[in-house]
Design a protein around this ligand. Structure first.
Ligand SMILES: [Zn+2]
Length: 655
């Protein structure tokens, strides 16, 4: 088998879940031949079409929801058979709760049809008094009613369903938080023995129990929908729009928990119009999305040119940003898709051709021995608590900054979540970082201690372990009681065969807010070489990830993504969420009027003379997967990459 050259893998060999050339296009009706031909012309291999709108109007005949004005009974079966004949994997957009109701509650058809099962809101966090509507998708009989509708969609010849509107707040005012309807009152009582809270109060245990209960019930409904859909069509994969902060600054109101999920797909949005956040939003969302579900995560972006370029028509930047989005998915081991791009089909096809040259290197077998805890308990119960030692904004910037620092230092790592603090999950890692993890349960810290005794390297920062899992201050902080560490002082303690190192400040948060390279290096230095599956000598704007070839355990793929155009010198100007950013883009002369304007982005600067080392295995040979270029390998196994443009895959054969 030759790895040289750039011939695209035959489409039919790529499972639907692994396809990277996905387009979202969901008209209520279309000429089926034209619809399919356009996707062929765009070199797409997956499409998300629609069965309904976010307001509940459906594109097929049923008594269970109102039809769209252009609903045509034959449309979906016809277009699906043509898509399947051309091996374009069809996925279908459906609504979970409510979506795209942006103007008025009167736009939402489902609440008009089923008014008895509307959400009742606890509070309007915005204080604006603006209206909102949504369905009680966690307790009311609407769950069964909606499953009935979804099962009708599942009868079509589809590969998957994409659930949008996956949250438990209302629209158009998404700060209206539910639900405290009669069905929720009964269900909450049954599940917890408690009466519903009457207001937002982060010091009240009943309210906090309700916050967690919403998370659990939201997931329960997702699993129920999936089970019902599989009873009709077991091949359909179900993905839920699990889009979390920093996108749209979403918070607890969505009820989407940052927990590891293994039994349904999750999706993230990974784009922003703010230049300073472009790489942060893309890379961080790839990382956290992939780690929420390593086997089924995807990344969406809008195709709207304005999201890439503002009000400038810069097709070069637009092409580069869109391609970077898709290749970031590949680089992190997740799939990516986008809505309609501006320009002719050839414009989209050019981008997809670049992807097709690389997609054979798609792997989910990420090799990392470093874990970073992302704690929903800390995010919520420390983050929103009054007088907290770890306010939510600090915690978010700490997590983002930890990712930024480790990415800039090329340290392979994965996020783990509160529901993975058990012996089996921890045993997959050699180093665990707890960045400012204020809220930890006694059980979790006990599990972590057991793992350290077995040889784990624990790194803690900031006020880690000063609260219990509900955000209540402990009389004796858990690092003190378990390891004799005072969180206000630096410490390094041997425990059994392992070690605990504590930094009173959080280098991640400092790196996010001050972009101080010494903070990134200080964190990196704490991570022993034995925990690094990969070492890379490259500028900080190169994002590197190492995977095992899923079909050949003796081959490694090192994905190299150069984001110097989004983060020149490793810095896009981001200085913390909702904090003033720094402008790093150059001024350029506008092509049309010659006037000086801010460039859409920075120039893509090739990275030179990269050196790559794997921790495990002896290197036999290495080459670049896309260009086919053979690479020099030193006697000690160091692989030399002379130059990197936007993206390459270093293919390493082991002895
Ligand atoms: Zn309810």
């Amino acid at each position: 088998m030759s790895f040289a050259g750039g011939a695209a893998m035959a489409q039919s060999t790529i499972p639907p879940r692994d396809r990277l050339r996905g387009i979202e296009r969901r008209p209520p009706f279309s000429d089926a031949d034209k619809y399919v031909q356009q996707l062929v012309d765009e070199k797409a291999n997956s499409v998300t079409l629609g069965a309904m709108l976010g307001n509940g109007q459906v594109f097929f005949p049923t008594d269970d929801a109102p039809p769209h004005a252009r609903m045509t009974p034959d449309y979906l079966p016809t277009v699906l058979s043509k898509l399947n004949a051309r091996d374009i994997s069809p996925l279908c957009w459906v609504v979970f709760n409510i979506q795209d109701v942006r103007r008025s509650v009167d736009q939402f058809e489902l609440s008009k049809k089923y008014p008895q099962w509307k959400m009742k809101f606890l509070t309007d966090l915005s204080g604006s008094g603006r209206e909102a509507v949504g369905m009680c998708v966690v307790s009311s009989p609407y769950i069964q009613q909606h499953a009935k509708l979804l099962k009708q969609v599942a009868q079509f010849d589809l590969d998957g369903l994409f659930f949008d509107g996956f949250y438990f707040n209302g629209l158009p005012n998404r700060q209206q938080v539910g639900c405290v309807c009669d069905d929720c009152r009964k269900a909450f009582k049954q599940d917890t023995g408690l009466d519903l809270p009457t207001k937002v109060d982060w010091t009240d245990m009943t309210f906090k129990r309700w916050v967690r209960w919403r998370n659990q019930r939201l997931l329960k409904t997702a699993r129920y929908f999936q089970k019902e859909i599989h009873s009709v069509n077991p091949k359909i994969s179900c993905t839920f729009n699990y889009n979390i902060w920093p996108f749209a600054r979403k918070g607890w109101e969505t009820a989407i928990p940052m927990w590891r999920i293994d039994d349904f797909g999750v999706s993230q949005h990974g784009y922003t119009g703010r230049f300073s956040e472009k790489w942060m939003m893309l890379g961080f969302k790839c990382r956290i999305g992939r780690d929420i579900n390593p086997m089924q995560t995807d990344l969406w972006r809008t195709g709207q040119m304005s999201a890439a370029c503002g009000n400038v028509k810069d097709f070069d930047w637009y092409r580069l940003e869109t391609l970077t989005h898709i290749l970031a998915g590949l680089s992190f081991g997740i799939t990516s898709w986008h809505s309609d791009l501006a320009g002719p089909a050839e414009f989209t096809a050019e981008i997809h051709e670049q992807v097709a040259k690389r997609e054979r290197y798609f792997s989910r077998k990420h090799l990392a021995d470093v874990a970073v805890l992302c704690s929903q308990n800390t995010h919520d119960f420390a983050g929103y608590a009054p007088d907290s030692p770890m306010p939510g904004g600090d915690y978010r910037d700490g997590l983002i900054g930890t990712w930024m620092a480790l990415d800039a230092e090329h340290v392979p790592f994965e996020f783990v979540f509160d529901n993975q603090l058990d012996a089996k999950s921890l045993s997959a890692y050699r180093t665990l970082i707890l960045p400012g993890t204020a809220a930890l349960s006694a059980k979790s810290i006990g599990m972590i201690k057991g793992w350290v005794k077995q040889g784990g390297e624990l790194i803690t920062t900031g006020p880690t372990g000063v609260m219990d899992e509900w955000g209540r201050m402990l009389d004796t902080p858990s690092l003190q009681s378990e390891f004799g560490i005072d969180v206000s002082k630096p410490a390094s303690v041997d425990v059994g065969q392992g070690k605990v190192t504590h930094c009173p400040a959080d280098p991640g948060m400092i790196y996010a807010r001050e972009h101080d390279a010494t903070a990134a290096k200080s964190l990196s230095k704490l991570i022993p070489a034995s925990s690094r599956t990969l070492s890379v000598e490259a500028p900080p704007s190169v994002s590197a990830h190492v995977f095992e070839n899923p079909n050949d355990a003796s081959q490694r793929w090192v994905q190299l993504l150069n984001v110097s155009h989004m983060a020149p010198g490793g810095d896009g100007g981001f200085r913390g969420v909702d904090r003033p950013s720094v402008e790093v883009r150059p001024m350029v002369a506008d092509e049309e009027d010659g006037k000086q304007r801010r460039a859409c982005g920075a120039p893509l600067v090739p990275a030179k003379n990269l050196v790559i080392r794997l921790r495990d295995g002896k290197v036999k040979a290495a080459h670049l997967g896309v260009s086919g270029q053979k690479l020099t390998v030193d006697a000690d196994g160091a692989v030399h990459v002379p130059t990197l443009d936007l993206h390459e895959v270093v293919v390493i054969d082991l002895k």
